[in-house]
Structure formats: C-alpha cells, structure tokens
Design a protein around this ligand. Structure first.
Ligand code: MCN
Ligand code: MOS
Length: 764
C-alpha cells in the first residue's frame, strides 16, 4: 500500500515538510474517504470463513464436543476441535525464549477462562459459519473459578522478585516519620477497545503463508507463525497496511490467529476469521486489575523520608503478566528510603496484556494520589509538595536525567491553568449546584530505544520511496517518515512515498513502548543520508554529469533541485540528473544496528523485545515527563463528575511533528478521562464471565465527555534519547490523568475515591 504526501500551499510547504513541521497526516485522506483498505478487507478468491466457539464456563474440562449437527449444516467445510485441528509447534515468547511445550493447540481442552476458544467452524459464508457454530454442543466438567482479585479464593499470589526495588530502610524510616499516609488504591480490568476488531485472513501457497492482519509488530508475529507451522521465517508474509487502533493489543499472534492459519492450511483455502465484539474482550488481555498500598512518611516541611509500596496485579491461570506497579513510584520523587514489592495473583481470565503505558499508568495512579493526600495532611499546596520533593536525579538508578523538563511543565501548566487562583480547602469552590475541584498530577514514561533499518530509494522521476515493515495505527508514522526523508534529501514532501505494513520490507521491531518514532526517524535519516551521498557522489564523479567539470567537493539538494553550494554551474532537478546519469534508481538500506551484530542478533533485534536498549544504559536515565492540571465539576445532588478543563504540559524532547504529537497526547488524555470516570470490565461472580463485553456497556468517553484540552510542549532536544532528539509521545499523555482527576474530585467534594472508575455511587 502506498501513501502520497499531501499538497500544501507553497508558502507553508518548507516549514510543514521539515522535521518539526505541523504537516497533516498524509494517510488521513485515504482513511477518511474509505480508500484505505484494512487488513481483513482484502478480497480473495475462494475465501472461506471461520467462526469461533467459546467456553461457557470459566474453569474445568471439556468432556465432549458434539459436532454432528454443525458438520451437516449448509456450507460447512470443517468443524475444528482440539482433536481435529492440525498439531502446531510451540513458539518462543516475545523475549525469544524457547517454548515451554513442544506442541501448541489453540483450542482448549482444559478451560481456564470464560470465552476461551474450544472449537471453530469453517464455512463457505460468514453467515453459514455463524449458524453452524451455534449448533456445536460442548459438555463440560466444571470446577470452581477465581473470578477476580477480590475473590476469597484468590490469595496473596506469587512475589515477583524481579520487581522488588529497595534502598535505605524504608519500613523503619516510615515508622519514624512525623507525618504519614498509608492508603490503598485499586484499578479494575480495562480493555483496549480499539475500533477495528482483531481478525485476519490467512492464505497458504505451498509452504508459504500470507497473513493479512492488523499488527503492531509484523516481524515478531511472522516469527510466531513460522515457528507454529515449522516453516522458515522468510516464508511468512504479514500485511498490515492500516490499523484501526491497537493500544498494545495487536503486537502478538494469538490463539484465534493460529486457528485461522491452521484452518487455511487444512482446507487449502484462504480463511478469514474476525472476532466479534464480545470476543474482543476475551481473546486477548486488557489491562490487568491492580491493587496498591502506598505508604509515605515525611518530615513536617514536607520532605519525603520514606516510601513503602506494595502492589498486586491479576494474571491468568496459564499465562504470566506482570504490570510493573513500582515503575513511577520509584522515580518520581527524591526519597532516601524506598521499598516496592509486587505480587501477581492467578485468576480465571485470558492473560492480561499491554494497554497504553502498562505499569506506568496504574503506578502513577497510586503515587500521584498518595502525594496529594500527604500534601493535604501537611497543609501544603499539592504543586508545592511536588517541587519540595523534586528528584534532581533518578533516585533508583542514581544517574542524571538525560533531560527532565518537569519543573518547566509544572510552571507552564500552572500558569496556563491559573493554578495560583485555587483556594486550598476542599469544597471551597462552587458554581451553583456544581462543586468545582482543581487537581494536579505528574506522569512519566521511559524512553525505550532499539535499532532500526529502512530503505530509501530515489527514482528516475525524482520521487522518493521509503520502505519499512513498521506500521502506522494512527500515531503518524507515515507522516513523520515522509518528513524525515524530505528534509534529509531536500525534496518536497509530496514527492515522498512511504510504504509500511509489509513484513517483506526492511525489518522493524515492535511498535510498543512509544519507541517507533525515535527508532524509525533515526533509520530513515540514516538511509536517506546514504542515498543522498550516493546521488551527490555520482553527480560529482560520473563523466556524463554536468557537475563533474565543476571540481566541487559537494552539492546541495533543495526543493528537489541539485546545484553547487555556491550556486555556480548548472542546476538540475533530481529527475534530470537521474536521466543524465542513466539511472533508474538509487537505493540505500540504512540501519542503526551495531556492526558487531551477528545475523542471529539482527533477527532477534526485530523479532523479539530482548535487544532493546535499557533506558538507564550508560550515564543517563531517559524519560518523558508531564504535568496535568484538571478542573472537574461535580453535581452536589447527583454525584456526576464532568471534566471541564484540562491543561497538560509535556516533555517529549524534540517533536518530529507537533500537530501529531499534540494529537497523541490528547488521545492519551482522553483515554485517561475514560479510565478515571467510565472504564471497568465487570465480571459476573457466578460464572466468571465479562458481562459488559461490548461497546454499549463497556463505557468509553464520547465527544460530550471531553472538554477543551490544552497541551503545552516544554521539551528540549534530547541527544541521549534518539538520533533526532525526540523522546516518546504515544503513551505519555495517559499517565497521571486519572490521579489528577481523582485529586480534583477530592478538592471538589472532600471525598477520596481510591477505586477507579469514579462513578456517582462512590460520591453520594
Ligand atoms: N512524535 C513526535 N515527536 C516525538 C515522538 C513522537 O512528533 N518526539 C509523534 C509522531 O507523530 C509519532 C507519534 O508521536 O508517530 C508516536 O510516536 P512514539 O511515541 O514513538 O510511539 P509509537 O510510534 O511507538 O506508537 C506506539 C504508541 C503506543 S505504545 C500505544 S499503546 C499507542 C500510541 O502509540 N497506541 C495508539 N498511540 C496510538 N495512537 C493511535 N491512534 N492508536 C493507537 O492504537
Ligand atoms: Mo503500547 S501498550 O506499548 O503498544
């Protein structure tokens, strides 16, 4: 698939197309007009349709699957059960660790959560498959399930040693501190709820597999398919041109993916399988429910002496997910004594997964609410409290920050919001029946770095192609890579064509942890620089070139025209030069991979997350930072909460495209408003079933819930974080929003709500 740069007014174009310009999304028109074809919209000859049958119990054994009625239903091609589906091999995990079992069956005999796939029907049409799936009769031997963290059978779970962080003597220092708070905070199971459902089309041609599937990680998922089916990595092609949101849910090949690919192999026909909306709540993990206790001891001036933090998150019976609850707790404030430990508790659920800022998000909810509580205890302004305890270096890694514009964020946000006008006491601001509250919270996200590669091609007509198997799920990858290539090569952005979303392009690692922009702008910058060097080199040395006689040692390209820097001699368009040189193309593959990497390390660099560079590597600790200022209006009689104003100041270093970065931050803030006030996966306690697994009952914010949001960039270029000086953007915005709202609700009402979401019954 291809996306062309948009035309812009000439006066604007130089500014817009450069890195740092506010170019509109180059993929926007295709998405808005319907020209964009999503993965499962591919029209293929002979396509068969698969529909899954999910377990109706949360724990137990499948004793029998009666498939007779389904098998004889119209149009049915196959009914797959654990006994009849082809055997797959185990695949390594996303760290590249070898599989725990030799074989893998994506249909369950032993059920560990409600909705788990136990059978599948493949038919000529989707309707026939749906009808036949309803005829599959599954018998169970049901056993008691642990429905969630508050289930009496849940227990304390397992201590995850790797999550323990300690320095000083936190317990003793807390016991001795003159001012103390010790509070518990809970967040529920939340879901990514992307607009585009999960699904795929799988097609085999011999032992070559093509998968059209929305994906945040083509290379990683291609590896999983290759390992499941025992074919070489190169035989698997993943295609994912446009993605209707992922938010962390689309990085892995999942059980339903395996079912579709196996069905396609068994029937020797392309098979399409799309999860219906309820299945989108049970086929992959949302954000794990969490419990935290935060104890902070301070002296009477507000200086923190100790933080003791204990966290718990839910995981699955047959899968491990750790939601790192101490990630923000350990770095946001300076403290001489610190202790954080975390347990995980197995419950009967699909294994939870990554949702926008996994770890940092709930972690910030705990510490940023607790700091607010301590500020009230001390009679300090919550902003003042944060400045008193400002961490001048990373308190955990004991390293200097690469850049930390958090003080600037507090100042800029407070100024724009008018924080100084706040009256301190709870319930002291009102507008008729509405109690008004102002709250603040900070947020952070680490700069995750990795190595990347890209292909940049200069074509005979002077246009430029950029290719990468990375993806754009709405963040703006197409646009910023077009800007990077245009600026580096000196061509107008509308001459740049960016192709993404095909695993046969230059390899790319995961789009997760807000790393892609930094990795890929670095790779494209390098590849484009190499292509430019080659073009200039040929222009200077080729006997056919009019520049050869100039005896110059370099040439410059600007607005797609090449000339000597001093303006003497000829000036040619790139197309004219390519023609003179007799060249069809100049192509460069640039990468930021260390030359010392073996082929296997290179492969692992793109197909696992094990090769990412630690954010505390070397002398620096690298993070993005933000401060959210929120106003809420709470109806005194009904307890309804409205967020009426948000001002956020954020430090993501240099912005590649401020328009898109602001949009990303706002998207995160909106998601944070949903988390604070609406989102909650509700489990039926009798059956362990998610009862609101649809977009009508799983509450998400709509336009009417969202006020005007002002974002202010306070970042400065950070040379330690990426090639072009940017830090992560995609996840930062959500971190700290829910605690800012909870703190504002306390200021409005005098009530602390420590369980998300903040619904009206908790306030009246
Ligand atoms: N950007 C910028 N300057 C920077 C860094 C980024 O202008 N210094 C802008 C660019 O437009 C870039 C975007 O921000 O395309 C995001 O860059 P980055 O922070 O590197 O994040 P990724 O590209 O790795 O995107 C993943 C990130 C994650 S992890 C989740 S979860 C998430 C998110 O992005 N899911 C999203 N944003 C999303 N946005 C949409 N529309 N849909 C999702 O599913
Ligand atoms: Mo984002 S949750 O790291 O895909």
């Amino acid at each position: 698939m291809t996306v062309h740069g948009m035309k812009h007014a000439a006066s604007d174009s130089a500014r817009l197309e450069a890195v740092g310009g506010r170019l509109s999304r180059v993929d926007g028109p295709a998405k808005i007009t319907g020209a964009a074809h999503y993965a499962v919209e591919q029209q293929l000859e002979g396509l068969a349709h698969a529909v899954l049958v999910g377990a109706t119990i949360a724990a137990g054994k499948v004793t029998e699957i009666d498939t007779r009625a389904a098998e004889t239903a119209p149009g049915v091609l196959a009914v797959l059960t654990p006994d009849t589906i082809m055997e797959l091999k185990g695949a390594s995990d996303w760290f590249g660790r070898p599989p725990s079992a030799e074989t893998y069956c994506p249909l369950a005999r032993d059920v560990t959560y409600s909705g788990q796939h136990v059978a599948a029907v493949v038919a000529e049409t989707f309707e026939q498959a749906v009808a036949a799936a309803a005829l599959v009769k599954v018998s169970y031997d049901e056993t008691p399930a642990v429905v969630d963290l508050s289930d009496g059978k849940a227990g304390d779970g397992i201590l995850i040693d790797a999550m323990t962080k300690e320095w000083g003597d936190a317990e003793a220092a807390f016991a001795e501190a003159p001012v103390r708070v010790c509070v518990a905070y809970n967040t529920p199971r939340e879901f990514q709820a992307a607009m585009e459902p999960h699904g795929l089309i799988a097609r085999w041609e011999g032992d070559a597999l093509t998968i059209w599937e929305p994906s945040q990680w083509l290379d990683g998922m291609a590896r999983t398919y290759a390992e499941w089916f025992g074919v070489p990595f190169e035989n698997v092609r993943l295609v994912s041109p446009y993605i209707g949101g992922g938010f962390g849910s689309k990085a892995l090949a999942l059980a339903h993916s395996a079912v579709a690919a196996a069905a396609a192999k068994m029937l020797n026909r392309p098979v399409k399988l799309v999860l219906n909306r309820p299945q989108n709540f049970t086929s992959y993990g949302g954000r794990a429910a969490t419990r935290q206790t935060v104890a902070i001891g301070a002296d009477r001036d507000g200086k923190i002496q100790s933080i003791v933090h204990r966290g718990v998150n839910e995981t699955a019976v047959d899968g491990m997910w750790v939601e790192p609850l101490g990630s923000v707790t350990s770095i946001m404030y300076a403290t001489p004594n610190f202790s954080s430990k975390q347990n995980v508790v197995r419950v009967n659920t699909v294994v939870p997964g990554a949702k926008r800022a996994p770890g940092e998000n709930p972690s910030a909810f705990g510490i940023e609410c607790a700091i607010d509580e301590l500020a009230y205890e001390l009679g300090l302004d919550p902003l003042e409290m944060r400045l008193i305890n400002y961490a001048e270096q990373d308190p955990e890694a004991k390293k200097q920050w690469s850049t930390r514009q958090l003080r600037e964020a507090f100042a800029a946000g407070a100024e724009a919001f008018g924080w100084a006008k706040r009256s301190a006491a709870p319930r002291s601001m009102r507008d008729g029946h509405q109690l008004i509250g102002w709250g603040i919270a900070a947020g952070t996200y680490p700069v995750r770095r990795a190595h990347g590669e890209a292909v940049v091609r200069i074509l005979a007509d002077g246009s430029v192609e950029v290719e990468s198997s990375s993806i754009d799920m709405g963040q703006g990858t197409y646009t910023i890579l077009a800007q990077t290539a245009a600026e580096t090569l000196g061509v107008p952005v509308e001459q740049v064509l960016v192709r993404l979303g095909d695993s046969h392009f230059a390899r790319a690692g995961v789009t997760g942890g807000s790393r892609l922009a930094g990795v890929m702008t670095g790779a494209v910058y390098k590849a484009a620089g190499q292509a430019l060097d080659e073009l200039v080199g040929l222009a200077l040395s080729d006997p056919r070139s009019p520049f050869q006689k100039l005896q110059a040692n370099t040439l410059v390209v600007k607005d797609g025209r090449i000339a000597s820097p001093r303006g003497e001699g000829p000036e040619l368009t790139i197309a004219e030069l390519m023609e003179t040189l007799g060249r069809e193309r100049i192509e460069a593959k640039g990468d930021t991979v260390p030359a010392s990497f073996t082929p296997e390390q290179r492969y692992n660099n793109y197909t696992t997350i094990a090769m990412a560079l630690p954010h505390t590597e070397g002398d620096y600790s690298r993070h993005s930072w933000c401060a959210h200022f929120v106003e809420v209006r709470v109806d005194e009689d009904f307890g309804t909460v409205r967020v009426s104003r948000v001002v956020s100041a954020l430090d993501s270093g240099r912005l590649y495209n401020p328009k898109l970065a602001e949009s990303q931050w706002k998207g995160g803030i909106i998601m944070g408003i949903g988390q604070a006030l609406l989102e909650e996966g509700i489990v039926d306690r009798r059956h362990g079933r998610i009862v609101n697994g649809n977009l009508a009952d799983y509450m998400l914010p709509t336009n009417a819930d969202i006020p005007d949001i002002q974002t202010i960039s306070v970042g400065i270029p950070d040379p330690h974080s990426s090639a072009l000086g940017g830090k992560g953007v995609g996840e930062l915005g959500i971190v700290g929003v829910a605690p800012a709202i909870a703190n504002a609700v306390f200021h409005a009402t005098g009530k602390r709500v420590r369980d998300l979401p903040i619904t009206l019954e908790k306030l009246i």
